[in-house]
Design a protein around this ligand. Sequence first.
Ligand code: C2E
Ligand code: CA
Ligand code: CA
Length: 629
Amino acid sequence: MKKVYKWLGLEKHEDFVNEYFAVANFRASLYMSIVIIVLEGWMILSLAIRWLSGDRTRTTDWYVSHVTWYGIMIVSAVMVLYFSLGYLKKRLTGPFMRFIGQSVLAAFALVSLSFGMNVSISDYSRGEQILCFVMMVIYVIGLLNWRPVIAITTATAAYLVFYHRMGQFPMHPISYATKVNLFTLWVSNVMLSLSVYQQRLSEAEKENELEKASVRDDLTGIPNFPTFRTKAARLLQENGVDDRIFLFLDIANFKSYNEKYGFEMGNECIRDIARLISQVFEEDLYARFSDDHFVVLTRRSRLDGKLRQLQLNGSGDQDVNQISLKVGAYEPRHQDVDPSIACDHARYACSMIKKHYDHDYCEYDREMDAGFRRRQYIVTHIEEAVEKGYIRVFYQPVVTAKDRTLCGLEALARWVDPIYGFLSPADFIPALEEYRLIGKLDKAVIEIVCRDLQESITDNRRVVPVSVNISRLDFELLNVPALFRSCLENFEIQPHFLHAEITESALVLSEGVLKKATDQLKELGSQLWLDDFGSGYSSLNVLKDYDFDVMKIDMSFLKNFEGNEKSRTILKSITAMASLIGMRTVCEGVETAEAADFLTQIGCERLQGYYFGKPMPLSEIWEKGEHFA
Ligand code: C2E
Ligand code: CA
Ligand code: CA
């Protein structure tokens, strides 16, 4: 039954399919209407010439009736032309205009059919062929897309009427051959209309699928950001900014959730949140922005209730309950605002509360303007900064505890900008990490370090190993071992002069990839340093799973070190444990002689901190010579 319905074209179509049919019909009619305007115009002209030149072989009535027919054809063709052009050029849009246009088309189809019929009947009465009727039927039934019921009914009716009118000429009785020909024509017309319809329908459905895929996000099925941007811009244009507010939603602690439960569960969590957002903001615009980020354009007056729903609606699942959302908000000031930029503002507000466990909502205000602009500047100018040499590398000395001589350097990035002046890593590292651009910086730093090393070797300086900071994202954004290898080769540096400092927090993520990369770095001959050890990110497990050469003890242990017995005991135990498992130790953040002496005494092998020297340009390191402090 369903099949018959479908075959007859009785099923309901999605709007996209209706639109597709309408466009195809308008396009076909566009050409047809031009042909008819030219043809009928020519007919009227030739009749006029005939009449004016005094030909009265026909009655005046005959002239008038013919000109009237041609006139009706021209007028309806002009209307079709107007609607087809307007629709195809998108000057006329929307379902209502489509309905009007299609009605005009239907009227045109009927006029064409009766015109073809009249002309051909008059031809037939003179013993000539019925080409005009055939041509019109092919156009109306075969070329346009009607639902098959309509096409079949119309074709049948047209042929029956035509057949009946042919029978009205006693001097031309319908021969057997003519009957067969007419029947064959009818059959082929019906077949043509059916096949055109089915073919168009499948094309339309395929395109509909593609269209859906291009507006939806693959993972969650909710709209993607480009769709959001277009719709949001249109909405603000049409309705203004009154009561509108952009939200940027970030799943708090998503990284650790992913680490703990794995990739699949992480995706499941993103899908859950997408579902929640689509329920809470059902009447608003929303989209997945990227990774674990979503954006919404909603009404300020309803915001409080919606935010409450976001927090309460978390599914009953214990684990999912650990998940909460951080929300940044931005009230657009002008209806021409670019939704991407509005979302960036909301995102910036959201980043303000990233590390504040007691805040889950933050609204952008004018005081954030300077910070926001600087951050936008950073993420849009990092490539330029690398190319133009605004990125510099400062070096901080690392000394051996025993004799306090230089044994290594840590490379720390600085951005000396023509507009913003001196930027510290605290300004640009978090921004670059958030926008996944940190790889560009770290690649540049590694290259600068290798170039500096090469120059030092050429200048016959005493060369010490340099450790570079590798962000955990670098392992996703770059092929770190390949980068190390190519830089070392290009600048002809021995691998043991280049070390990689990786923070603990990097190690929990995407274990397999990271393990492989760190193993490759070691194979290459570069040392691996575990940065910020004890800063609270992860467990002692990383010590057993990874093959680190050096442990860098976080400077937080030296805070309030003076009177604090516990700090001393902890430092002592860490150093002892490191040496038991065959790791060497560096302690960073050494600011006083007392701290340096204590660390030396408990067997920490190397020291780094302001007491020995702040990060400085390489030339200053050379000026200082061997001894620091
Ligand atoms: P980090 O790797 O832990 O680097 C040590 C930071 O502590 C440096 O700050 C350094 O100047 C500072 N410091 C050194 N000695 C002392 C001291 O005695 N007392 C105190 N209070 N601080 C000391 P800086 O250069 O501002 O870098 C901050 C962070 O930015 C670095 O922390 C590192 O995580 C990141 N970073 C710096 N350069 C790069 C880079 O090229 N790539 C990546 N991915 N991260 C970098
Ligand atoms: Ca470091
Ligand atoms: Ca550190």
